[in-house]
Design a protein around this ligand. Sequence first.
Ligand SMILES: Nc1nc2c(c(=O)[nH]1)N[C@H]1C(S)=C(S)[C@@H](COP(=O)(O)O)O[C@H]1N2
Ligand SMILES: [Mo]
Length: 419
Amino acid sequence: MPLSNGDEDDMASTSASSVAERYPGLEVLSTDPDNAQTASRSHLEDYLTPREQHYIRNHHRTPNIDEGEWTVSLTGLVESAVDLSMDELKHDYPTDSVMHMMECSGNGRAYFSPDAEGDQWTVGAVGNAIWTGTPIRAILDDHGAATDDGLWLTAVGGEAKEDEDVFARSIPMEKALEDCLLAYEMNGRPMSAEHGFPVRLLVPGWFGNNSVKWVERLHVMDEMVNGEAWESRDGQDYTEYQQSSYRLLPAQDSEPKRYADIETFDTQDQMQAEEEIRNAYFFDQLVKSLFTSPQDGEELIPASDSCIELTGVAWSGDDAVERVEVSTDGGETWDEADFVGPDLGRYTVRKFRYVWEAEAGEHTLLSRATDERGRTQPATISDPDSGRRGIENDEYPWNQKGYGNNAYEPLGITVTVRD
Ligand SMILES: Nc1nc2c(c(=O)[nH]1)N[C@H]1C(S)=C(S)[C@@H](COP(=O)(O)O)O[C@H]1N2
Ligand SMILES: [Mo]
């Protein structure tokens, strides 16, 4: 595959300048590889997160790819394997778009105690964008791929160097056919190098780790990547990002149990399943909400009717957000917020508003969203000693890598209302 480190000025490729310079809306958490989150909650107030404010989460260096040379190979259980050029992907198939509030499974890791391993993301590893590209279904159908329920589609990222683990993720065929795209545009423009140029998998409603960037190969399999069913590329490890990372690992487990196949895809169902999957995979996102205004620590002067408007956003995974409640007394009492603005689909944000009759003094404000299956945000994070693997007793399970935290207390804000 054509990878180079040449300097180009276009936003679509990495240049000599740094992420800090080219993404003024981000707070950089680490460099080489680059990881950066949205710098302010208020950035999430707009329906679309501009790419300059959309978080970046990289395991390896952003590759510099020549679009004209790039191909996506379709291999595995297909009638004939094929290499698709970017021109073919863009022009020989239908085009589709989806608006998706994509969250990194590490968002909120900073609130684990004791600390969980990795970059300490607070609230900003989430962004809402319109992604445009080729429906996976069209590509699979066109090449006679097997598409039965129970099969898996593995997407392989093309950026790893020889001594690095390849970023590869397996998606259940049902999900791949339903709504996944090979995306090449973000918010109606070519996507930037860091967000996957020239092409990424886009898995709507699922944690960002499933949306493989810089896709060089799609492989149809009868198992998910687990070490055996996979022909390795020069002995490189394809299993790390499917079987080790993005798994819920209680403090007591030394490593996650590896599965060749599972039948329950919903992340929270995996945690809670009767026939339990010991270490849930982070597939679809968990319901969550966040105030975007006012800001934490703000001093507020009420309007003449002594009211203050609180606004925020809520999102979820495969199941739509149904309700948002607000507490202005640190969780003692709750009241329902109103949704404002359009419902743009189950994968994107619902904006909410609450008109608060505020009294002078200091107040802790909390928001709590509930999805259409009645699953709501827990209050806090559990103690590691509890060994918990699911959401119980209003607690999110502490886990070694700090994934999936949707507890509402850490996301609350404290404001002072003046007379
Ligand atoms: N090839 C590849 N794809 C990847 C990653 C990566 O490191 N390499 N990171 C994943 C993770 S963990 C997330 S959260 C999203 C982040 O996408 P973004 O950088 O466009 O926000 O990309 C995913 N796709
Ligand atoms: Mo992520």
